[in-house]
Design a protein around this ligand. Structure first.
Ligand SMILES: [Zn+2]
Length: 207
C-alpha cells in the first residue's frame, strides 16, 4: 500500500467535500494533527475509523486503500490486490512471531536450567530461602514462556492435516492438550476427522 498516494487521495477528497482538516477531524472526533499525518503519508487511518472516514468522503474503503477512484471495470482486480497485500502482511507477521518463539525458547531454556541448578547449589550451601526463591522464579518463568509460546502457536498461521491437506486454526484447548514434536501437534483434523501429527504452516493456501 502506497501511504503517500493514499494521503494525497484523502486530501483531495476532503477538499472536494469542502472540508478543512480541522472540520474533518471534528467530524471523526480526532485531532487535526492525525488528519495531517494521513495526508502527508506519515500514517494510515485506524481500521476502526476507516469506514466513517470513507462515508464522509463519499468513497469506498477499497478506493481509500488504493488511493484513487475506482471504476467498476477494474474494481475486482484492485480489491483482490488489496486483499492479497493484507493477507501477505498477516503472513509476514505470523512468520516473525513463530521465529521469535523459537529464539525465545532457544535462549531462555538454558537460562532457566541454569537458574534451577544455581538454586539447588545455593540450597546445598545452606541458603535455603534464596535457593528455593531462585527455583520458584525459574518455574514461574518457564510457565510464562510456555503460555506465551502456546498463544503464539495458536494465533499465528495454521496447522496442516497430513491426511487430507486441510489447513485450519485449531481451538486453544486442542493446542494446549495436544502432544507435540517441535511445532507439529497431534490433533484431530476438523475436515476428515483423522488423527495425526499436524505441521505448522504460515499460509492458509498452498503455494
Ligand atoms: Zn484431514
Amino acid at each position: 500500500m502506497d501511504q503517500e498516494k493514499i494521503g494525497k487521495f484523502i486530501s483531495s477528497c476532503r477538499k472536494e467535500a469542502g472540508l478543512t482538516q480541522a472540520a474533518l477531524a471534528e467530524k471523526l472526533g480526532i485531532t487535526d494533527r492525525a488528519v495531517s499525518k494521513w495526508e502527508t503519508g506519515k500514517s494510515l487511518p485506524d481500521a476502526s475509523i476507516m469506514i466513517e472516514l470513507c462515508n464522509i468522503l463519499g468513497i469506498t474503503v477499497n478506493e481509500l486503500l488504493t488511493g484513487e477512484h475506482i471504476t467498476m471495470d477494474d474494481y475486482k482486480d484492485k480489491a483482490e490486490a488489496n486483499l492479497l497485500e493484507m493477507r501477505l502482511k498477516v503472513e509476514q507477521r505470523d512468520a516473525l512471531l513463530l521465529k521469535i518463539e523459537k529464539i525465545m525458547i532457544g535462549v531462555a531454556f538454558p537460562f532457566y536450567v541454569a537458574m534451577v541448578l544455581i538454586g539447588a547449589y545455593v540450597c546445598k550451601e545452606g541458603n535455603i530461602l534464596l535457593g528455593i526463591l531462585l527455583i520458584v522464579m525459574a518455574i514461574f518463568l518457564v510457565a510464562v514462556l510456555a503460555a506465551t509460546g502456546l498463544k503464539i502457536e495458536h494465533d499465528a498461521g495454521y496447522y496442516e492435516c497430513p491426511n487430507c491437506g486441510e489447513r485450519y486454526q485449531p481451538t486453544m484447548k486442542a493446542v494446549v492438550m495436544a502432544p507435540h514434536m517441535g511445532t507439529s501437534r497431534k490433533m484431530t483434523c476438523p475436515h476428515c476427522g483423522q488423527k495425526g501429527y499436524h505441521r505448522k504452516v504460515v499460509s492458509k493456501n498452498k503455494e
